[in-house]
Design a binder for this molecule. Structure first.
Ligand code: ATP
Ligand code: MG
Length: 173
């Protein structure tokens, strides 16, 4: 992370196998780390990022530190179980946003469109609306949500989302 919310300095966090826990006092940036993961995976809903407008995710300065003009998050994942159809041992997804509103996505340092990233992560459970991020209230939401919406979770786990999306696109054409 660089310039993302409270992370003015370049910050690298390694999540190894097993369980990692983020500990720290209120307001130290634990939830900002989760926001960064959602954001780099293509989250467009500012509310879900606890921001009013997208620009709010860029470090906006403190008493003794100037605001920055760009936010950048890179998420690097191992691809050793052929998680996605990319012929590389590692996947590095990067998103960048400038204060001007200009926004960029990269996959292994090649510019890509958000749509391409979305397609890549369909059925992996990793997408921004998939189940890889279980926030407060999400379990309740899954249990109380409409059956059609709940089915989405199972379809993602059963790896059939991509076929549904392709079908919907074909219908539209
Ligand atoms: P809690 O334990 O209360 O849940 P937390 O560790 O999850 O706290 P976060 O919500 O991640 O804390 O971080 C909140 C902090 O991030 C606040 O101090 C807020 O000022 C700071 N922050 C959020 N957006 C920005 C921004 N654009 N620029 C600078 N700081 C920001
Ligand atoms: Mg928090």
């Amino acid at each position: 992370m660089f310039g993302f919310k409270s992370f003015a300095d370049k910050t690298e966090i390694e999540f190894t196998n097993g369980i990692s826990a983020l500990l720290g006092p209120n307001g130290c940036g634990k939830s900002n780390v989760v926001d960064a993961i959602k954001w780099v995976l293509g989250e467009q809903a500012t509310r879900s990022l606890r921001a009013e407008k997208m620009e709010d995710i860029i470090f906006n300065g403190t008493e003794d530190r100037k605001a920055l003009n760009v936010a950048e998050v890179t998420l690097t994942l191992e691809n050793d179980e052929d998680l996605v159809q990319v012929d590389a041992p590692e996947l590095s997804v990067k998103r960048r946003l400038f204060r001007s509103g200009e926004s960029e996505y990269y996959l292994n340092n090649t510019p890509v469109k958000l749509k391409e990233l979305r397609e890549l992560f369909l059925d992996t459970g990793i997408g921004k609306s998939a189940y890889s991020i279980m926030e407060q209230g999400k379990i309740d939401q899954i249990l109380s949500t409409k059956p059609e919406e709940r089915r989405y979770i199972f379809e993602e786990a059963a790896s059939i989302t991509k076929y549904k999306v392709k079908g919907q696109e074909a219908e539209r054409k």
